[in-house]
Write a protein that binds this ligand. Structure first.
Ligand code: AHR
Length: 511
């Protein structure tokens, strides 16, 4: 039997919940844009070609910010190709994904879509094949009211008011040899510094994300961040992190503990930022934008899919990395969100990659239905319920052995307290594949007055840990009521099924 004791105290908190932690990512890749969010011929499409069935699911998922338009795609992209009359837009070869890009969907379409989806836009610029000039032109186009070349072009293209984009990524994964326009840390650091300076001269209110390492296994991890920030610390507000995780050769225990690896990765980047800050005697604080994270079986992509895509020739929106997620993946995604939230004092932005079809919580078929993957649920609940302050939890848990991370807590949790609404939200995973877990939650300075909701995602009856939501069975895995929640004399006792992720919301008063 697994057991955990969790203690929290009203006065021991980490930070306000950074609402931008619940971000998503839309790249011109595979079927994320075309036949994902945009499909003019679909029966559910609106007048602008946006799929309203997908939009409804996006609203239910509840992202706060969406990064666009890439990803690797952006490093060869000309943003001007995606504005102006659609009939005049050029058709291009996208080298990143070996795809024909029609440019039928571009900046204005994305701005309209993001208004419908009620999300903030996080715009990435191309620092692979382009540079300072194109970046400052784009900021002038999007953010300047009018009376200049680029802002007047925006107005002529139908947008009288500026888009007012605040959040910008200074390129994508330029540390990676696969990236178009790959650079050394020194080359990129200088380019980021000068591009940031020029962009802020156009609009000083924007916030900029410098490119960090593409993952913790990169040979340049650590030195890349150090060099880039040594150049650009004063010009940028965030440095990015990217990470994808997968189950390796059936080692489920290690996979379920990948949140520990994410914690370690974040702590490493924080250390590097702070070392540069100290050495440079900087007074401002650079924080983290974890702007690509997810479960992704990228070995399959590297070993098989990439070859298949190349062999199939140049096509429009081919199926790319449409991973199907199961119960185990959903529990792992829950623990990634825990990791991001418990680092909410330094990780201020995070984007699950990607929103629709491409390693996504939402799937859609061309001229067909849209549905929720298993990983939809932890994101949707946390995006809706994580409000107010992040609590500093003391957790004592039964340990589980893993091949890659040694012994780890079988129970992993994070909690937020919103004083205004009087709600305390607890998000909790039981990583054990075999045992139920009993959990005692003790609150100091807060008195629970009732259980508002308690839901669990776990293996469904008749299923196993590999059960997934498929087109024919879109609701096989979801949230169901969590039974076994008892409030007794100010303490909460929970019983969690093996391999599960739960969201529990309590009404609390100051004690
Ligand atoms: O999200 C898929 C790809 O993964 C992105 O284009 C790239 O930035 C990363 O390597």
């Amino acid at each position: 039997m697994t057991h955990a004791r969790i203690t929290l105290d009203r006065d021991f908190t980490i930070a306000d919940v950074p609402r931008r932690l619940f971000g998503q990512f839309v790249e011109h890749m595979g079927r994320c844009v075309y036949t994902g969010i945009y499909e003019p011929e679909h029966p559910a499409a609106d007048a602008r070609g946006f799929r309203t069935d997908v939009l409804e699911l996006v609203r239910e998922l509840g992202p706060t910010v969406v990064r666009y338009p890439g990803g690797n795609f952006v490093s060869g992209y000309r943003w001007e190709d995606g504005v102006g009359p659609v009939a005049d837009r050029p058709v291009r070869m996208d080298g990143a994904w070996h795809t024909i890009e029609t440019n039928a969907f571009g900046l204005h379409e994305f701005m309209d879509w993001s208004r419908e989806a009620d999300v903030e836009v996080m715009e990435a610029i191309n620092l692979g094949t382009r540079g300072v000039e194109e970046a400052r032109a784009l900021v002038e186009y999007t953010n300047h009211p009018g009376g200049t070349y680029w802002s007047d072009l925006r107005r002529r293209n139908g947008a009288e008011d500026p888009f007012g984009i605040k959040l910008w990524c200074l390129g994508n994964e330029l540390d990676g040899p696969w990236q178009i326009g790959h650079k050394t840390a020194h080359e990129y650091g200088r380019l980021a510094q000068e591009t940031a300076k020029a962009m802020k001269l156009v609009d000083p209110s924007i916030e900029l994300v410098a490119v960090g390492s593409s993952n913790r296994q990169m040979p340049t991890f650590g030195t890349w961040e150090h060099t880039v920030l040594t150049h650009a610390y004063d010009q940028v507000d965030y440095i990015s992190m990217h990470a994808y995780y997968r189950e390796q050769s059936g080692d489920a225990a290690s996979f379920l503990a990948e949140g520990v690896e994410m914690d370690t990765f974040i702590d490493g980047v924080i250390s590097t930022i702070d070392a540069v800050k100290a050495a440079g005697k900087h007074t401002t604080q650079v924080d983290i934008s974890f702007d690509e994270w997810n479960v992704w079986d990228f070995d399959r992509f590297n070993d098989i899919e990439e070859g298949e895509v190349a062999a199939a020739g140049w096509r429009e929106h081919p199926r790319l990395i449409e991973d199907t997620y199961n119960v185990t993946d959903a529990v792992v995604v829950g623990t990634f969100l825990h990791s991001l939230l418990r680092h909410g004092d330094r990780v201020k932005i995070a984007n699950q990659a990607q929103l629709v079809n491409v390693i996504a919580p939402i799937r859609s078929e061309e001229n067909g239905p849209a549905w929720r993957q298993t990983t939809f649920w932890p994101f949707a609940r946390m995006a809706r319920m994580a409000k107010g302050r992040i609590m500093r939890l003391a957790i004592t848990s039964t340990q589980g052995a893993t091949a890659r991370f040694g012994d780890v807590d079988e129970v992993d949790a994070v909690a937020t307290w919103d004083e205004e609404s009087g709600r305390l939200a607890l998000f909790i995973a039981n990583r054990s594949l075999e045992s139920e877990a009993t959990v005692d939650l003790e609150l100091h300075g807060l008195r629970p007055t009732g259980v508002r909701s308690a839901e669990v995602l776990t293996v469904p009856e008749g299923g196993d840990r590999f059960t997934a939501n498929l087109q024919e069975t879109p609701d096989a895995v979801g949230l169901r009521p969590l039974h076994g929640v008892a409030l007794d004399d100010g303490a909460l006792r929970l019983t969690l099924p093996a391999l599960s992720w739960s969201a529990v919301e309590l009404d609390v008063a100051r004690a």
